[in-house]
Ligand binder design. Structure first.
Ligand code: SAH
Ligand code: SF4
Ligand code: F3S
Length: 483
């Protein structure tokens, strides 16, 4: 399949974020065409998918707007991972319905995982919704929108075994022009017992490497300096030409290396790694290429082997600890981050303590932390009782958060006095006189604008101080810059 670079639309870009940094808006100066407004929730895959949706909509001459009041089509790309995520979407739909009451011709569409989970129930429950479109049906948007414009409700929640949108060039609407996501696979075959993703995203499939490389090269040529390869489980990336048995077989280590070889100035990141699948080959490729960032998101979920088994994570505490040790052995300055779930079914206090102790051992630079939220239809919902009282779940979660803050602060304090290569991403949130950017370990560093550098430049920054979330430093100019 061919990969075409998208014609750039003429839009003035602004980014607004809610308090979770979750919402994206776009603005355009072109006023004649029909306009769509899109909000995205959930994981990076969903944000990446919204860029596919924007691209598909641009083909039928819809342009993006950040002003919901002028939108002809309001879209919400939804997440089902926890009950709270779905509650947020319901609240937003109530707000959209207010807009529709004032302007009844406005179309409202629900995309993504909640659309897939609830299917036609959505149209029954939320009467003002016109379109329900699952994650594998975005190519069908033009015909569904055309139908809705004629007054027909539209639904397509078909899950595909092949769809990777390989040939669709995402419209990078909320972009800083420097960092971008590239989706390399879709779906998940893992069946962790707590998780709704296999049901909302379907079977795992890998995108062909040629279109991935073409997309990364195109981004580099357009001035981007960092790409993040995305998948629910990137380490199980696997591709071979279906029509040629003798063709090259590409695994994740191979793909990572190919992307890294595009240009030494193009940084490469990836997410998410599953502890059972990340191989030594991947770690060696990371160690061998300066531009592959030394950062691995390696969610543990729980530090207790019995709970891990109930979670169907297919590794135990010892396996996980060995993986962490191996990472630090091969890439000593690698930062590791994690996800933790507090209060999974039947978890005892001692088992919760095992999660705290695995965190101490792994010395995570940061973590995403949740309490268990039962999801209808999952293995855990069918097999186990959600028996830990909410209060206990919240208390355990707080203990996890408190410990992580402590570990993050120590992790960051160790960086004081060190100099890191930082890619400038933009102004800091607080001041136009400061840049923000990340080092290889994915830590955000804030520093004063000195010298002649701009967004997309690499600079060497010496760290002066640290909080649990950020490093502060200054540019040191007498260091050698990357080639
Ligand atoms: N594919 C990734 C995770 C995707 S979901 C992986 O395997 O690690 C992101 C995170 O949400 C998970 O790592 C998990 O910590 C959390 N999560 C998933 N289902 C959950 C549930 N039912 N309740 C609470 N947290 C959940
Ligand atoms: Fe969910 Fe597990 Fe797949 Fe991650 S690996 S998306 S947690 S089923
Ligand atoms: Fe949520 Fe779907 Fe991602 S459930 S976390 S948006 S894959």
């Amino acid at each position: 399949m061919m990969y075409d670079s998208n014609p750039t639309l003429n839009f003035r870009k602004t980014i607004d974020e809610d308090n979770q940094g979750n919402v994206i808006f776009y603005e355009t100066e072109d006023s004649d065409k029909k306009k769509f407004y899109i909000e995205s929730y959930g994981c990076q895959m969903n944000f990446s998918d919204s860029e596919i949706v924007a691209s598909v909509l641009s083909e039928i001459d819809y342009i993006p707007t950040r002003n919901i009041e002028v939108a002809d089509l309001i879209l919400i790309n939804t997440c089902s991972i926890r009950e709270k995520a779905e509650d947020t979407v319901r609240k937003r739909l109530t707000a959209f319905n207010q807009v529709k009451k004032k302007k009844p011709e406005t179309l409202i569409g629900v995309l993504g995982c909640m659309a897939e989970r609830l299917k036609s129930k959505f149209l029954e429950e939320e009467k003002l919704v016109d379109l329900v479109i699952g994650p594998d049906a975005y190519r069908d948007i033009p015909s569904l929108v055309a139908g809705a414009e004629d007054g027909d409700k539209g639904i397509n929640v078909f899950l595909s075994r092949e769809e990777t949108y390989a040939d669709i060039s995402p419209l990078r609407l909320d972009s800083n022009g420097v960092t971008a996501f590239i989706s390399i696979m879709r779906g998940c075959d893992n069946m962790c017992s707590f998780c709704v993703v296999p049901f909302t995203r379907g079977r795992e499939r890998s995108r062909d490497p040629y279109s991935i490389l073409a997309e990364a090269e195109d981004l580099y040529n357009r001035g981007y300096r960092e790409v993040t390869l995305l998948g629910q489980n990137v380490d199980s990336y696997k591709w071979e030409n279906p029509s040629d048995e003798n063709s090259e077989k590409v695994n994740f280590a191979n793909l990572l290396e190919k992307v890294a070889l595009i240009h030494p100035d193009l940084r490469v990141r990836f997410s998410t790694s599953h502890p059972k699948d990340i191989t030594d080959d991947v770690l060696f490729v990371m160690a061998n290429h300066e531009n592959i960032c030394n950062y691995i998101h390696l969610p543990v979920q729980s530090g207790n082997s019995r709970i891990l088994e109930l979670m169907n994570r297919t590794y135990d505490r010892e396996w996980y600890i060995n993986k962490v040790n191996r990472i630090y052995e091969i890439i000593p300055d690698c930062a590791i981050s994690s996800d933790m779930i507090a209060g999974f079914c039947t978890e005892t206090e001692e088992e919760h303590q095992d999660t705290l102790s695995v965190m101490e051992h792994a010395q995570y630079s940061m973590s995403y932390m949740f309490f268990y939220s039962e999801r209808p239809g999952t293995l855990a919902a069918k097999k186990y009782e959600d028996d830990i009282p909410l209060e206990t779940k919240k208390r355990r979660l707080n203990e996890i958060i408190r410990l992580q803050n402590h570990i993050s602060l120590n992790h960051n304090k160790k960086d004081i006095g060190k100099t890191f290569q930082v890619l400038i991403e933009g102004n800091s949130k607080k001041s136009e006189d400061e840049w923000k950017g990340r080092n290889s370990q994915n830590k955000m560093i804030i520093f004063k604008k000195t010298g002649n550098f701009g967004v997309g430049s690499y600079v060497n920054v010496k760290v002066e101080s640290a909080t649990s979330a950020t490093l502060m430093g200054h540019i040191v100019e007498n260091q050698t810059m990357p080639a």
